[in-house]
Design a protein around this ligand. Structure first.
Ligand code: Q0N
Length: 290
């Protein structure tokens, strides 16, 4: 299922790389996950069958498991039949324009920053850490959303304070670290290292801060198989490794720095990638993906 035709009569509110948001007649939102996949900052032309359903169901599982730590924006999964399993009705919130990132391990832009400055996005870190090392304690490394196709920009905590105010900034940091810590413990029990993850929060009219968006999926997080975790080199991506390996191999004929669009994926890469999403779902939840 890959269709992104707008649900009948609903007002389109926001397009992400792989998700669409609509406003319902009642003023709530309909969030629809597609089967699209992105790699190297491109949305690929080949969908991954069931990806939208897998990530939606995984996010719902997490929301339930984390309900004691933070309330969330989900209202219902009662959606039009053609969107079954890959859409949710959620509360329309006043969103904080901040990507709330928690990092427990060194990777990605955190690693790049550490190697250049010895700090991780402005937060001091001890010397001697390697690619993939666990940090002494999880840190909050906020970012602001970049236009599509660009990387999010890491910002200092002071910028968060200047953007949302001191009290909300402290609450966002504290919630981000609390949710990350709870999710990291759950994931590790299932043999998965949750290296880092990104949350979005919004506020209700009465001032309550709720966890929004889709959470703790391979699209918003780095998951590493715990039994293969070994600091000192890049950890294999749980979900997109086959896609990245093929796109950077001579077989694809594509140069990621050419400015050209990536080519369509071969069937075996699609199948292996779908299997990785299913495996992430099943390993985390302990349930078969129906
Ligand atoms: C919403 N995005 C993704 C904030 C926007 N529950 C909600 N209510 C209102 N708006 C949104 C949600 C959700 N989920 C989420 N756009 C609108 C883009 N983010 C980027 C960071 O800043």
């Amino acid at each position: 299922m890959t269709s992104t035709s707008p649900p009948a009569g609903l007002r389109h509110l926001h397009s992400g790389k792989v998700r669409e948001l609509y406003q319902t007649d009642g003023g709530d939102l309909l969030m629809v996950a597609s089967d699209r996949i992105s790699a190297f900052d491109h949305v690929l032309s080949t969908p991954i069958p069931d990806k939208g359903r897998i990530l939606t169901q995984l996010s719902l599982w997490w929301f339930e498991r984390l309900a004691g730590v933070v309330a969330n924006h989900v209202l219902s999964t009662d959606v039009p039949a053609e969107l079954a399993g890959r859409a949710v009705i959620c509360r329309k919130l006043d969103m904080f324009p901040i990507e709330c990132v928690a990092r427990g391990y060194l990777a990605g832009s955190g690693l790049t920053d550490y190697e250049a400055t010895g700090t991780v996005c402005g937060v001091p870190a001890p010397p001697g850490l390697l690619d993939g090392s666990q940090l002494p304690e999880p840190i909050f490394t906020p970012a602001t959303k970049a236009p599509m196709g660009e990387h999010d920009e890491n910002v200092s905590y002071d910028v968060v304070v200047a953007t949302v105010g001191a009290e909300p900034a402290a609450e966002l940091r504290s919630l981000t670290l609390a949710v990350y810590g709870a999710a990291r413990d759950i994931a590790l029990e299932r043999g998965i290292v949750l290296a880092d993850t990104k949350f979005e929060f919004g506020r209700t009219p009465d001032g309550q801060i709720l966890l929004a968006d889709e959470v703790l999926t391979p699209d918003s997080s780095r998951f590493w198989p715990a039994d293969q975790w070994q600091p000192g080199h890049p950890q294999a991506s749980y979900d997109k490794q086959y896609v990245r390996d093929w796109l950077t191999s001579p077989a694809s004929g594509w140069d990621r720095h050419s400015g050209e669009k990536p080519p369509p994926l071969p069937d075996d890469v699609v199948a292996a990638t779908r299997a990785r999403y299913v495996e992430a779902y099943e390993q985390l939840t302990g349930e078969p993906f129906a």
